[in-house]
Design a protein around this ligand. Sequence first.
Ligand code: R5P
Length: 287
Amino acid sequence: MYIIGGSASKTVAEDLSKGLQIPLAKTISKRFPDEELYIRILDNMAGEDVIIVQTTYPDPNIIELFLLQNAVKEANAKKVTVVIPYFGYARQDKKFENGEPISAKAIANLISLNADRVVTVDPHKEYILDFFAIPAFSCSAVTALTEFLKKKTVDMVLAPDKGALDRAKQSSKIIGCDFDYMEKTRIDGETVKIKPKNLEVKDKNVAIIDDIISTGGTMAKSIKELKKNKAKKIFVACTHGLFAGDAIKKLVSAGCNEIISTDTIKTEFSKVKIASCISQLLSSINR
Ligand code: R5P
């Protein structure tokens, strides 16, 4: 068996390799003068079970994944598992307007061509797993994020919208504290409206938990509501920290005390490692 780490997910691949005691394959990659990508796997993949680990964000990492998949198939690997710590394009999971693609399906179709199964973490909606033409599985980072939050004295876990309510409930249950949620309306990709709400948070520490922080708009609006309700410390925690544009500035100026994310996308806020969650899932589907 071998694990191959794509350039977007080297650390996760290394952690998986250590945890599962499966060697990391040696690869090389470079850019041609016209910026096209060249990759080569130096170990022999013939007859091997291979796990490729690669987040499909931003776009160049999708091409790298396709090339790695093709390389292992061309080398006659026996079985290919694609681990996608963060599955990009998952939020365009339906046609919101006529003429749009179902982007999550488009990417899933292509990944399915050269793989036997797929594993991902907190996909935006679970039903996108059905877009893959091969068995697809997911695991949740809620427990890992909550273990980190437990060190912080959290009095309440807040979901910034109803979509995150189950996460907040689960997290609050582990911590043994209250939970609540906000009602959000998305106006466009960068603008959200949050319905004002009386929250019982005066002098309390609150953790807001979500799957993704992209522009930071959702979290910033929730932080402001918490501030209005006189919360003490505010932690924001997410599985996938995209932090697009000035997201961090928005969170900090809204009054956030700490930003926490996993390493599905590696940033300075990746304080929680995701590999053990993926290892557990891989072990359970191998049984
Ligand atoms: C949406 O339903 C997601 O769970 C996140 O709340 C959303 O993607 C966050 O986006 P942003 O940070 O741009 O508000």
